[in-house]
Design a protein around this ligand. Structure first.
Ligand code: LLP
Length: 423
C-alpha cells in the first residue's frame, strides 16, 4: 500500500497535489512519501515481531539523507556496501552498532573505516577478505564482528542481472566450503566470526527460493555448532519483491507470509536475526514525475516523448523492468485510451520506458507519474547527455520539501579542468 492516489481527478502524494510540486521544482523529479516509508517499515517489522530481528535498510536502494533519516528515526539500522554509504548512514544518524557492511570487494581503506567506526557487523565474502580483515583489525588492536556471507546455490527466480545466490554468481562463499573457513576464522586474530549471512537476489516474488536458502543456512548453523562453532546470529539479507506493474508481473508474497516462512525455517534455532530490505521499504514509497515534451505518431506506433530519460530511471533500459505509468491528471470516465511507447530524450534506442502503455490522450506539458520508483531510481541516475541529476522531494502530510535539489550546470561541470597543454 502507498500514499499516491487520485483526489478530485488529480494525483496526490499524501495530501499534496503532485502538480503543485511540479510548479515549484520543475520536472522531472522524484517524490517520496514519508507516510509510505513509515508504513512499510512497520508492516515489515510487525511481520518479524517476536523473532529478535533488526531491520537494516539497504542504503544502495535509496541513499537520500531524508529517506534514511526517516527510517533510522523509526529504529532501522543500515546495510551499506561502500565507504561512501557508510558515511552517509552515519550522517543520517544511524548508530554504528546498527550498521552492517556488506559487499563483494571492500578495499582495505573501506575495511579500515568500518573498523574505525566500530560497525556492528562486517559481512565477509571471501577467504582473501577474511585474511585482510584479520590483519587490519589485529593491527588496530580491534576485534571485528564478522558474518561469512554464504552462497547457498539457490536460483532466486528473479531477473538474471539481480540474482546473486547461484554458484556461478560472484557473491558469497560457496556454502559447502564455508565450514572450513569458519574453522580457519576461529584461529585468526582480530576476527570474531559470530554470524552467517545470505542474500540470494532482489525482486524475488516467491517464497520457495528464500526457503531453500534459509534451510541451507539452518543446516550450516547446526553443522557448525556440532563442530563447536556456536553461531547465534543470522543475517538473512533483503530481496523480497514488490508489485510493479499490476497487469504484468507476479504478485510477491506478503511480509506476513515471509515472516511465517522465516519462523518456520530458522525460527527455532536460537539465533537473533538481521534483515537488509531495500526495495520493500522504499520502492513503492517513491514516484518519478515527468512532463510530456511531444507526441509523435508513425504509421505503426505512437511515441510519448517525456522529459525524463534512462539517465534518470535506468531500470527499464538496464533490466527490461516495467514501471506502471499513469497520468497525473486522471482521464475523465469514458475517455478513449490508446497504445503508446513512452520514451525519453536520450540519444539511445534503449531510452524507452516501455512499449504499448495504455494511455489516455495526452498533450505537451501533461504530467506522467512513474510508479514504484523509490528504489534503485534516483540512486542509479547519471548525468548522461549532460542532463542534471534529477531532484528529490519528500512529502509528509500536507507539506513537501526538496530533499536534494537539481544541480546547476556549473555544479555539474565544476570538477573538470583543462590539462596545462591545452590553451
Ligand atoms: N543485501 C544485499 C547484500 C544486497 O546485495 C541487496 C541488493 C540488498 C540487501 C537489498 O535488496 P532488496 O531488498 O532491495 O531487493 N538495481 C537493481 C537491484 C539490485 C539489488 C542489489 N542488491 C534493480 O533496480 O532492480
Amino acid at each position: 500500500m502507498h500514499h499516491f492516489s487520485y483526489r478530485g481527478g488529480v494525483l496526490h502524494a499524501e495530501d499534496v497535489p503532485v502538480p503543485a510540486i511540479a510548479n515549484e521544482v520543475g520536472t522531472p523529479f522524484y517524490c517520496y512519501s514519508a507516510a509510505t516509508l513509515t508504513r512499510h517499515y512497520r508492516v515489515f517489522t510487525d511481520a518479524l515481531a517476536g523473532m529478535n530481528a533488526t531491520v537494516c535498510f539497504a542504503v544502495k536502494s535509496n541513499a537520500n539523507l531524508a529517506v534514511i533519516r526517516t527510517l533510522v528515526n523509526l529504529g532501522a539500522g543500515c546495510d551499506v556496501v561502500s565507504g561512501g554509504e557508510l558515511q552517509i548512514a552515519l550522517n543520517a544518524g544511524c548508530a554504528p552498532a546498527k550498521i552492517v557492511f556488506s559487499g563483494v570487494g571492500k578495499t582495505e581503506a573501506e575495511l579500515r573505516l568500518a573498523l574505525a567506526c566500530d560497525v556492528g557487523q562486517i559481512n565477509v565474502e571471501s577467504e582473501a577478505e577474511l585474511l585482510t580483515l584479520s590483519r587490519l583489525a589485529s593491527g588496530l588492536g580491534k576485534t571485528a564482528r564478522v558474518a561469512l556471507r554464504v552462497n547457498p546455490d539457490v536460483d532466486a527466480g528473479s531477473l538474471d542481472k539481480i540474482s546473486t545466490g547461484r554458484k556461478e554468481d560472484k557473491f558469497g562463499i560457496e556454502w559447502t566450503l564455508a565450514p572450513e573457513l569458519y574453522r580457519k576464522a576461529r584461529n585468526l586474530p582480530g576476527i570474531d566470526a559470530v554470524a552467517v549471512a545470505v542474500h540470494i537476489g532482489s525482486q524475488i516474488t516467491s517464497l520457495a527460493p528464500f526457503e531453500a536458502a534459509f534451510l541451507r543456512v539452518r543446516d550450516l548453523v547446526l553443522m557448525l555448532r556440532a563442530d563447536g562453532i556456536d553461531i547465534r546470529h543470522l543475517d538473512l539479507g533483503g530481496g523480497l519483491g514488490i508489485p510493479y506493474d499490476h497487469s504484468n508481473t507476479a504478485m510477491p508474497p506478503s511480509p506476513d507470509a515471509y515472516g511465517e516462512m522465516v519462523k518456520r525455517t530458522v525460527g527455532g534455532i536460537g539465533c537473533s536475526l538481521t534483515f537488509e530490505p531495500g526495495r520493500l521499504l522504499v520502492g513503492n514509497a517513491g514516484i518519478m514525475v515527468a512532463a510530456v515534451v511531444a507526441l509523435k505518431d508513425s504509421t505503426t506506433r505512437r511515441f510519448v516523448i517525456v522529459d525524463a530519460g534512462m539517465n534518470d530511471l535506468v531500470r527499464p533500459a538496464m533490466y527490461g523492468a516495467r514501471h506502471e505509468i499513469i497520468p497525473v491528471t486522471e482521464a475523465p470516465t469514458g475517455s478513449s485510451y490508446a497504445s503508446a511507447d513512452v520514451v525519453g530524450p536520450v540519444c539511445e534506442t534503449s531510452d524507452c520506458f516501455g512499449k504499448a502503455y495504455n494511455l489516455p490522450s495526452l498533450k505537451a506539458g501533461d504530467l506522467l507519474a512513474f510508479l514504484s520508483a523509490g528504489a534503485y531510481g534516483a540512486v542509479m541516475a547519471s548525468t548522461y547527455n549532460a542532463r542534471p541529476l534529477v531532484p528529490e522531494i519528500m512529502v509528509n502530510g500536507d507539506q513537501f520539501a526538496v530533499v536534494r535539489r537539481r544541480p546547476t550546470l556549473a555544479e555539474m561541470t565544476a570538477l573538470e579542468q583543462l590539462p596545462p597543454w591545452i590553451a
